[in-house]
Design a binder for this molecule. Structure first.
Ligand SMILES: [Zn+2]
Length: 501
């Protein structure tokens, strides 16, 4: 009750046509649906805590409150708030990459690591800008038969953190190549493709668009006026993909002036066409498409107006749990479907198409993290960008390393036989048993699920039966990967489950 009174008071004292940043709470399913029927541009939401966030003008905020909703004002005047917080830094991107800076950075990266990177334009926008992609792999100039992973940012123009995360991940792989086993395995045995800015026109428009919160869509000229007019133009690239496109008018909008306008038809936009072509040719097995905000990890389905998970939900949820909970320093993102996390459905999204479309390309497990707690949160503070990259990087590495493990060729050993690991699951110790008919130098490596090396031993063994004991008492429960290799050859690669307690 106190909270409601406070809100009413705040509403009463604020005068003039201000735009407020509000959080609107619903208490029933009916109230949720009714609130969505208002068709306001959504900023984010929380299914757990039952709210949506919007920018509403003062009168609309009153109206919503009069409908019986609890309206919590995060700030009574978003323009003042953002100007005070960022000054003009929002428009010059502060510590985020501008499009030009991004291009410079990936050119620098390719110059630093010419053998491990391949820079390519995957298409051009309405305004003629290149949509750049960087492939990171050994023999990057060649197309090898290796599993591929996609990392993308900035489908939505006002969400620049995805660009920072993509570049951070590139540097991590390349700087650590040859020095860190995980990075080396990823680069050698898989291809990681980065598209730091999927939507360059919208992204660049934010440099001159004098709106405190920035532009979201691309720059399609919806009304054919020959110029970019934010009140009329733009398509939401993340509502324009061709799987269940336009499924309903809640998960996307048929209205060109709406922030979630889905476009005149599926794949009508050069940005989604370029992504489609890339996905069709690269046949990614995993993808992470970065967004802001909410500290959430979203998995399909997005389009269904329920909490219906996908046919692969068990595997999806296990991966999402590992990505958010069990790797590196956990980021503890809430994970689930769009409905299960944000509380609203979305149709025509990248993830539903990348996962759901299985005719023109294989199934791809696609994820959409919503990073941070606002769009331009880090404009004045590099540390926030660093922290958010630290939150995101292990999720990428988890998938990249999974892909790399699939890419490691398993080869038959010539002089080793009867190789076994027992027991599995392991409690206190595992026994590794094998027979040799000659002297062999073997390396035993145990990795955790993030690819971090936990244990390594290289030794030479003579003819006969051998038993090695692997003490697991100091390891926590989870899935590990045991790899035994002879020189460059992997002889055994096996998942070992450790159960403690
Ligand atoms: Zn987004």
């Amino acid at each position: 009750m106190k909270k409601i009174l406070l809100c009413i008071l705040l509403l009463a004292v604020s005068a003039g046509a201000r735009t407020m940043w509000v959080r609107v709470y619903y208490d029933t399913e009916e109230a949720r649906v009714q609130l969505l029927a208002n068709d306001f541009d959504l900023l984010t939401g929380s299914a757990q805590n039952r709210y949506f966030e919007y920018f509403l003008d003062e009168k609309t905020a009153y109206d919503v409150q009069a409908q019986g909703y609890i309206v919590n004002i995060l700030h009574p005047d978003i323009t003042t708030f953002l100007n005070e917080t960022y000054g003009n830094l929002r428009m010059n991107f502060g510590e985020y990459y501008t499009y030009d800076e991004m291009v410079q950075e990936i050119e620098t990266i390719s110059a630093l690591y010419p053998a491990l990177t391949h820079l390519t334009s995957i298409g051009q926008t309405w305004q003629g800008r290149d949509i750049w992609a960087v492939k990171v792999s050994d023999n990057a100039g060649m197309t090898e038969a290796e599993p591929r992973v996609l990392i993308s940012g900035a489908h939505h123009a006002r969400e620049p953190i995805g660009c920072s995360i993509a570049i951070d991940n590139m540097y991590w792989l390349l700087d650590n190549y040859g020095a860190n086993d995980t990075a080396t395995a990823i680069v050698n045995n898989s291809e990681t493709w980065f598209v730091p800015v999927v939507n360059p026109d919208g992204y660049v428009f934010n440099e001159t668009y004098d709106d405190p919160w920035g532009w979201r869509k691309n720059c399609r000229d919806n009304n054919n006026s020959g110029q970019m007019e934010p009140e009329f133009d733009g398509v939401d690239p993340n509502r324009n993909y061709g799987y269940m496109w336009g499924y309903n008018n809640v998960g996307s909008s048929p209205d060109p002036t709406h922030g979630a306008y889905r476009g005149p038809e599926a794949f009508s936009e050069p940005e989604t066409q370029a992504m489609r072509e890339l996905c069709d040719s690269a046949e990614f097995i995993y993808a992470v498409n970065y967004h802001a905000y909410g500290n959430i990890l979203i998995v399909p389905w997005g389009y269904i107006d329920s909490w219906v998970p996908s046919p692969d939900s068990e595997e999806y949820y296990a991966m999402a749990e590992s990505m958010t909970t069990y790797i590196g320093v956990p980021n503890n993102y809430v994970f689930g479907t769009g409905m299960g996390t944000l509380g609203y459905e979305t149709n025509g999204t990248s993830d539903d198409w990348m996962y759901g479309e299985q005719v023109e390309k294989p199934k791809c497990f696609a994820f959409s993290p919503e990073v941070g707690s606002s769009f331009w949160q880090a404009a004045t503070d590099t540390n926030i960008i660093v922290n958010q990259c630290n939150d995101a990087r292990p999720m990428n590495i988890f998938l990249e390393y999974r892909a790399a493990l699939l890419g490691i060729e398993e080869t038959e050993a010539v002089s080793i036989s009867n190789l076994s690991v027992w027991p599995n699951p392991v409690h206190d110790r595992a026994i590794l048993r094998f027979d040799l008919d000659w002297h062999v130098r073997l390396a035993v490596h145990l990795y955790d699920i993030t690819g971090r090396l936990i244990y390594a031993r290289t030794a030479e063994y003579g003819p006969g039966i051998h038993e090695l004991y692997l003490d697991t008492r100091r390891l926590s429960s989870g899935v590990y990967v045991l790899r035994i290799s002879q020189g460059e050859q992997t002889i055994l690669k096996e998942k070992v489950v450790i159960i403690r307690g």
